[in-house]
Design a protein around this ligand. Structure first.
Ligand code: ADP
Ligand code: MG
Length: 616
């Protein structure tokens, strides 16, 4: 009999989502468009229709009295506890029965539990559509600081939505479970969660699979919304500066501003600048570019507040930063580079970021659901790497850095270089698998190392380091040694692979070993041949009169032969043609060697080079 399917649900203040435990690990539920997040927003139409999610959020400012958001703030609380929260809510909240609260839409009263149930029903329906089966059981997460009545209200919301809530799990515990930290024998963890409107930090102790909350701290009114408001304020101040201080904005413009500000904030997590364009009505437009530094200068005070709360949480737990073994990042706003930098600086260790910070809580809820359902997660051995790990090199070959069955923790590094003159960035594509070609391996992720100073091909020295820590988390970093430029990515290599898949991938590598090796060799030879041809071209351009006529004719013939062999797939013939071309070019390369050294010492002008994108 199949194990019952228990849905893991992160019922968030800003966004909600679900995940399920599969034999390969937790899998986030996505809709047909690939979206996992359901904005925790409900819109009540004047026709009686109810909309949940992105569509409801998109019209929130236009329809303030009929759009309900942040219901989580109301769960299990009395009206007198909510004075601060009520100032932030545009929809009407009144005292309900027995010290509770209710929301009134069109004279119809609804409890926070009923409203949360509408969101849960939507999440459940999406999961049922995605999985093709009915769901009746769930694990739901709540903040660690939720008291009994808030937890009970969450259970009730589940029941109203037709879900048997098997367990209420703390959000930080769920995040730690998603990272496999529940297997730790004895460790102290800090979970830093910066969401849309709330900030929580929790200090947890895990021992023998049991989590204990040592302390929590935070601010229920600090989050991404504050950072969006910084951008909105900046735009509004500038528009008013131009158009007159008394200018007011119609609701449609305010809605657009809110969406644009959030989009700009999100863009600035990956790009150094973002464009903002606002339609002010009457054919007027406001345009502006906002730089990351400018945003960070405005965001800094909020980030500092979060660090103060981290300090308070540690103090309450009676611990120092040195006593924290692992730091986990949760919440969409932890993608902001400034947040990552400050957290790392404060705790003095690199936080875990491998899993999507908006999805990690739902994934952990699914892990807990899997434990309850008795699905023994097919955990891969953590003491050895099940498959080799490496990067894609030029031409689609795999450069392996860590071989399968290496004992964890382990580290490996190798130096790569560029193949294009003036290349200022390289793509690092991280691969897992035994095959020789990148397309036959599993892609684990990729990142770009930018800002390499323009240099001739072959000059940059890019040190790629793979580090697998004791929890099986892979950190890949790339550092250009001449300039010190650095970029990195974190990955959970075991996620989504069952032992069967590992066995299959290893078997396939044996089956294809000979053909793969030949293909890899051909790629390497072609790369080398390309380099030789480029070097010959350059040498001929630099020293056009050096060769005698017979020498030149011999070189031209060798070059033509090499090009012909590059197009074929006979590795031995290509190798022979390469040697012949090298020999024919020997007088040139000899003379050119001094030339290159001289040039290198003088240095190239920056303008000579553009941004190359070739793989390293
Ligand atoms: P919650 O737990 O409060 O429901 P989430 O963890 O889903 O919230 O976080 C939502 C917040 O994360 C929003 O403010 C959103 O704008 C922000 N966010 C999402 N992605 C990014 C990103 N790439 N960079 C910065 N902020 C982001
Ligand atoms: Mg959250």
């Amino acid at each position: 009999m199949a194990a019952p399917l228990i849905l893991g649900i992160d019922l968030g203040t800003t966004n909600s989502l679900a995940a399920v435990m599969m034999p390969s690990g937790p899998v986030v539920v996505r809709d047909a468009a690939g979206d996992a997040l359901v904005p925790s927003v409900i819109a009540f139409g004047s026709d009686g229709g109810v909309t949940v999610g992105a569509a409801a959020r998109a019209q929130a400012v236009l329809n303030p009295l009929r759009t309900v958001y942040s219901v989580k703030r109301l769960m299990g609380r009395g009206i007198e506890e909510l004075t601060e929260d009520l100032r932030h809510l545009a929809y009407p909240v009144a005292a309900g029965r027995g010290g509770t609260v209710c929301v009134t839409i069109d004279g119809h009263q609804m409890t926070p539990q009923e409203l949360s149930a509408i969101i849960l029903r939507e999440v459940k329906a999406r999961a049922e559509a995605a999985l093709g089966q009915q769901i009746t059981q769930a694990v739901i997460t709540v903040p660690a600081y939720f008291d009994d009545s808030q937890r009970q209200a969450t259970r009730d919301a589940g029941a109203i939505a037709g879900l048997d809530v098997r367990r209420i799990v703390n959000e930080p515990t769920a995040a730690a479970l998603a990272y496999g930290l529940g297997r730790k024998v004895d460790a102290t963890l800090a979970v830093y969660d910066l969401g849309g409107g709330t900030f929580d930090v929790s200090v947890l102790r895990v021992a023998g699979g049991v989590f204990q909350v040592l302390s929590t701290d935070g601010d229920t009114h600090l989050g991404g919304d504050d950072l969006d408001r910084e951008i909105i304020d900046l735009v509004v101040a500038e528009v008013r500066g131009r158009a007159g201080a008394e200018l007011t904005f119609p609701p449609a413009t305010r809605q657009a501003l809110r969406d644009l500000a959030e989009a700009a904030k999100i863009r600035l997590s990956s790009d150094p600048a973002a464009r903002i364009e606002v339609d002010l009505g009457d054919g007027q437009r406001f345009q502006r570019e906002i730089k990351r530094e400018e945003f960070e200068a405005r965001a800094a005070r909020w980030v500092e507040h979060t660090i103060e709360h981290c300090r308070a949480a540690l103090k309450a737990a009676g611990l120092t930063t040195e006593q924290i073994d692992e730091v986990v990042l949760v919440g969409g706003c932890t993608r902001i580079p400034l947040v990552r930098r400050r957290v790392e600086e404060f705790f003095g260790r690199r936080p875990y970021t491998a899993l999507n910070p908006e999805e990690v809580v739902a994934m952990g809820a699914a892990v807990q659901a899997g434990i309850l359902a008795g699905i023994q997660r097919d955990t891969l051995l953590l003491d050895v790497t099940p498959l080799s790990l490496g990067i894609e090199t030029l031409g689609g070959a795999t450069g392996k850095l860590i071989l399968r069955n290496s004992t964890v923790p382990c580290q490996a590094a190798e130096t790569f270089t560029t193949y294009v003159d003036g290349q200022t960035s390289v793509d690092i594509h991280v691969l897992q698998g035994e095959r020789e070609l990148a397309r036959d391996c599993r892609s684990l992720g990729s990142f770009k190392l930018r800002g390499i100073p323009p240099m001739p091909a072959g000059m940059p020295r890019i040190l790629v380091t793979f580090l697998i820590d004791a929890n099986g988390i892979l950190n890949v970093s790339a550092r250009e040694l001449r300039s010190g430029k650095e970029a990195s990515v974190q990955i959970v290599p075991a996620h989504g692979l069952t032992r069967d898949e590992v066995v299959r991938m290893v078997k396939e590598s044996y089956a294809h070993a000979v053909a793969d090796l030949a293909a890899h060799r051909l790629i390497d030879l072609r790369n080398e041949a390309t380099r030789i041809l480029a070097a010959i071209d350059k040498a001929l351009a630099d020293l056009p009169d050096l060769l005698t006529a017979p020498q030149r004719a011999g070189l031209d013939a060798a070059v033509a032969e090499l090009k012909a062999k590059m197009a074929g797939d006979d590795g031995d013939a290509l190798y022979a043609a390469m040697r012949a071309a090298n020999d024919a070019a020997a007088p040139l390369t000899q003379a050119q060697m001094d030339e290159v050294l001289k040039k290198t010492a003088v240095g190239k002008k920056l303008e000579e080079f553009g941004e190359g994108n070739a793989k390293c």
